[in-house]
Design a protein around this ligand. Structure first.
Ligand code: KG4
Ligand code: ZN
Length: 335
């Protein structure tokens, strides 16, 4: 019998609801929150209020788009964490209420696990990674190298010791006066610029770990010196600044991914999370794939940044294993 999962994602500033049937996406809707743009970052209080306003209408739309009614849903999956507590509370409470009212299982999902699991969303003609699978997870809050041994079994073998890669994009973008999140704009401007125009400090971090705070500081001091000589420096060299910054971040990420693949011998390799939408990273991974003999998995754009489809596919595999949560489950900002 078909398994239909309603999935809720509300960890940060996007309210997303998806309907997944047997691993295929029937609908995946996202209500963004422009309210944070002018603040240079997500304001938690505003985010939870917007989730509260969005969650019911977005769920109705997701069910309508999937062509299902509440009676067709077998389980509700939701993001338990990590994320902003006030945001997670909205999705968690809604999921609990829905599951209780329908008397169906409730499934908690780890947001980071879900970013990786986006690779296992089924679609006609799409090939899925086999195990073990090595994934570089790069988002606004996390930068990790993960070995995936099974749909529900993962091991983190590399981690950032300070900022995440997405944070490096966003914080450097903020220094250039860009709106939040800056990653997509930097990506766009970088296409017109010279990646070798400027050189920024690349950290030396042992093993498979990452560091991005030094890069941010080096970028800050560089801008400060240049702006002293020419107050219009950023405006004039925007494209070159973005291209050089992106080049540096992509090199840091890909060099560790190569190292991880060589160390583990795993050649099923992928990228996931918001920063995996970055064209520089996607291109560099593609260039590397033949030399490193990778079977490379680049996610569809719509499954890179936060979305409920990835929560739904994770929920689907937990459903098959009977891994359910009780009504006493609480969201966790850190997991
Ligand atoms: O995975 P995600 O949607 O949320 C978290 O779980 O953090 O990732 C958001 C991050 C932000 O830092 C954003 O700037 C970055 O992903 N991002 C990008 C691009 N698109 C989103 N960074 C670089 N290039 C992009 N095209
Ligand atoms: Zn995320």
């Amino acid at each position: 019998m078909a398994v239909t999962i309603l999935a809720i994602e509300s960890s940060c500033d996007d309210t997303s609801v998806a309907v997944i049937r047997d691993g295929y996406v029937l609908s995946n809707l996202i209500a963004g929150q422009d309210v944070h743009m002018s603040y240079g970052g997500v304001i938690p209080e505003l985010a939870s209020r917007a989730h509260q306003a969005n969650i019911v209408p977005v769920t109705h739309q997701a069910m309508a788009k999937a062509g299902i009614s509440a009676a067709d849903i077998d389980a509700v999956a939701f993001t338990r964490g990590p994320g902003l507590l006030g945001s997670l509370l909205v999705g968690t409470s809604f999921a609990k209420g829905f599951a209780l009212s329908r008397n169906i299982p409730l499934i908690e999902v780890n947001h980071l696990h879900a970013h990786v699991m986006a690779h296992f969303i089924k679609a006609e003609g799409k090939s899925l990674p086999s195990f073990p699978f090595l994934c570089l997870l790069v988002s606004g809050g996390h930068t990790r190298i993960i070995v995936i041994r099974d749909h529900l079994e993962m091991e983190v073998i590399g981690n950032t010791i300070d900022d995440a890669a997405g944070e490096a994009f966003d914080k450097c973008g903020k220094l250039m006066g860009f709106p939040y999140p800056s990653g997509p704009l930097i990506d766009k401007l970088a296409r017109e610029g010279d990646p070798k125009a400027f050189t920024f400090a690349r950290p030396f971090v042992k093993d498979l770990d990452f560091s991005f705070s030094g890069l941010k500081t080096s970028f800050l001091y560089f801008l400060r010196d240049m702006l002293k000589a020419d107050p219009d420096f950023i405006e004039k060299r925007k494209a070159d600044l973005c291209a050089s910054l992106q080049y540096t971040i992509v090199r840091i990420l890909t060099e560790k991914t190569i190292k991880a693949s060589r160390l583990t011998g795993i050649r099923e390799v992928g990228i996931a999370g918001g920063v995996s939408a970055n064209s520089g990273l996607r291109n560099r991974m593609t260039e590397l794939a033949s030399g490193e003999k990778w079977n490379l998995f680049i996610p569809e754009f719509r499954y890179t940044t936060d979305n409920a489809a990835m929560i739904g596919i994770t929920g689907y595999y937990k459903y098959l294993r009977g891994e359910f949560s009780g009504q006493d489950v609480i969201p966790l900002a850190r997991m």
